[in-house]
Design a protein around this ligand. Structure first.
Ligand code: AMP
Length: 194
């Protein structure tokens, strides 16, 4: 399965991808995690990315595409992937089409986890208290939501127009949301996700 999970920051993409990767037997590839790993490793790229991430802005398209290509070329991704956090703007959606064409691995599904803004703000506040992620600081969350509305929402329309988008209600128990995603991926089959 080659799946893109879309949704606002805090919509549960990472959490759901972690749950679904076992059921789908594919790796969870998060561009945010790849970037945070570069930050933690203190690479020159990571140091530059950190400033942008802490401000709630998007890291440059070229940098993220390079990281993603490297990750998708690893052998475990040959079976498929759950992509989380990419694409985040129309240029990235276009770049992803090109990359997956080169890899001969076209997308099979795009799922949007839809969650109201007030729920998002509350989830990020809790995550900030628990994990202390700098970009979950409430003012930065508002910036990230602005970036989402301006740059990522058009990506949702892009896949909707191509007839590839499934919208899933992202509010509720983790298991219920996982079951909704699985049902959206296989409308005629019900699958349990642990
Ligand atoms: P996330 O964990 O997906 O919320 O990403 C955390 C931060 O990493 C974002 O706010 C961006 O600064 C950066 N980031 C993650 N994915 C991308 C991407 N596809 N393009 C640009 N920046 C990204």
């Amino acid at each position: 399965m080659r799946l893109v999970l879309l949704g606002a920051p805090g919509s549960g993409k990472g959490t759901q991808a972690e749950r679904l990767k076992t059921a789908l037997a594919v790796p969870h590839i998060s561009t945010g995690d790849l970037l945070r790993a570069a930050v933690a490793a203190g690479t020159p790229l990571g140091l530059k990315a950190k400033v942008v991430m802490d401000a709630g802005q998007l890291v440059s398209d070229d940098v993220v595409l390079g990281m993603l290509e490297e990750r998708l070329r690893q052998s475990d991704a040959h079976a498929g992937f759950i992509l989380d956090g990419y694409p985040r703007n129309l240029a990235q959606a276009d770049a992803l089409d090109g990359l997956l064409k080169r890899l001969q691995q076209p997308l099979q599904a795009v799922v949007e986890l839809r969650v109201p803004a007030e729920v998002i703000v509350e989830r990020c506040r809790l995550r900030y208290e628990i994990q202390g992620r700098a970009d979950d600081e409430p003012t930065t969350v508002r910036k990230r939501l602005d970036v989402f509305a301006a740059q990522t929402a058009p990506v949702i329309d892009y896949y909707a127009k191509r007839g590839q988008l499934k919208v899933v209600n992202g509010v509720g128990d983790l298991a219920d949301v996982s079951a909704r995603v699985m049902a959206a991926l296989a409308p005629n089959a019900s699958a349990a996700v642990g």
